[in-house]
Design a protein around this ligand. Structure first.
Ligand code: UDP
Length: 330
């Protein structure tokens, strides 16, 4: 089995490449290093190039002849997508179209796609199942939804082309050996920001809204460890390898934690009582986003190993403390 991983030098992609390496699967990473890092690619070769560069991409696919592609490469910052939507439609939608066209041209028939719970927008139900409509509320979510629709139409037109779209919930945590992790400096995510507050990089952590209709008034999210998420991709590859048809799966544990609960765990794990301030709601935050993960557990026989917020925070904390040593922290 040969797997091309786009975005394999990024946070989630690098955990995927690590796992493919542990399974001795022949892997090639294609990444423009806009947010990824060379040192994060622990297995196989790295081609530094952009998906917009169709000639390079075609040459790489032709030479490597992958059986499947796992497509992570994307822009992922929601507020940035609101300010610069074209960047998101270019990087996430148009560049994916480039990739798919080349896969079609070169008869690569299997793909695993990184989608997101953001395609649901503000969920009306919790936990949320894959059958709920896609109603994204920002260009990031829309750019991923459109790509899902393109994949669906292509697989209807070409019965031999099959994909698995994985809708990620809140991905966090790091490699237990602390070799890779969330290295993007501008991260807006709660766990990373809370750890930076514990480290003293931020003077305080703000809670964005304490008047939500939840038990403690703060938003609830389904936090999933990045290694469990990578394992879901392995299951998806196996499923496609066994002739599985195109499918969409949620990737979350099926239960959530409030912002206040996450902060309590971060304080416990780090032993630092950093300053926390209650602040205004952040625009576009749904009160509760929790996956119904029954489908992936049943159909891909996905059995998560790290459904434990303390473990997630502990691995992220170990990484946060060591990452500055890696090539100046970039
Ligand atoms: N959040 C917060 N303070 C922060 C960062 C995030 O209160 O400094 C909240 C945010 O409003 C949301 C939750 O934490 O309710 C998770 O946010 P994150 O950006 O990690 O993920 P999202 O669910 O938005 O993808």
């Amino acid at each position: 089995m040969r797997v091309l991983v786009t975005g394999g030098a990024g946070y989630i992609g690098s955990h995927m490449v690590k796992l493919l390496g542990e399974r001795s699967i022949d892997t090639l990473t294609y990444d423009n290093l806009s947010t990824g890092n060379k040192w994060a690619v622990l297995h196989g070769d790295l081609v530094v190039a952009d998906l917009a560069d169709k000639d390079t991409l075609r040459g790489v696919v032709k030479a490597f002849r992958p059986d499947a592609v796992i497509h992570f490469a994307a822009s992922i910052v929601v507020p940035e997508s609101v300010k610069d939507p074209l960047k998101y439609y270019r990087n996430n939608t148009a560049n994916t179209l480039n990739l798919i066209e080349i896969l079609k041209e070169l008869a690569v028939k299997k793909m695993v796609f990184s989608s997101t719970a953001s395609v649901y927008g503000i969920p009306e139900k919790s936990p949320i199942a894959e059958t709920e409509p896609m109603r994204p509320i920002n260009p990031y979510g829309t750019s991923k939804m459109v790509t899902e629709l393109v994949l669906k139409d292509l697989s209807l037109a070409d019965k031999d082309f099959n994909y698995v779209s994985l809708r990620y919930f809140n991905v966090a945590g790091s490699d237990d050996k602390c070799r890779i992790g969330q290295a993007y400096k501008e991260s807006t995510h709660l766990i990373t920001r809370a750890l930076k507050a514990a480290k003293g990089e931020f003077q305080k952590l703000e809670i964005f809204g304490v008047d939500y209709p939840t038990p403690d008034g703060t938003c609830i999210r389904d936090y999933i460890h990045v290694d469990d998420l990578a394992d879901a991709h392995i299951r998806a590859l196996e499923y496609l390898g066994e002739g599985g048809k195109s499918e969409v799966f949620n990737c979350g544990y099926g239960h959530g934690y409030s912002v206040k609960e996450v902060i309590a765990v971060v304080k416990k794990v780090t032993g630092v009582d950093f300053h926390v301030e209650e602040a205004q709601r952040r625009e576009g935050d749904p009160p509760v986003v929790v996956a119904d993960s029954a489908k992936i557990r049943r159909e891909l026989v996905w059995k998560p190993s790290y459904d434990d917020l303390e473990y997630i925070v502990r691995t992220a904390w170990e990484w946060e403390k060591t990452k500055d040593r890696m090539s100046g922290g970039k």
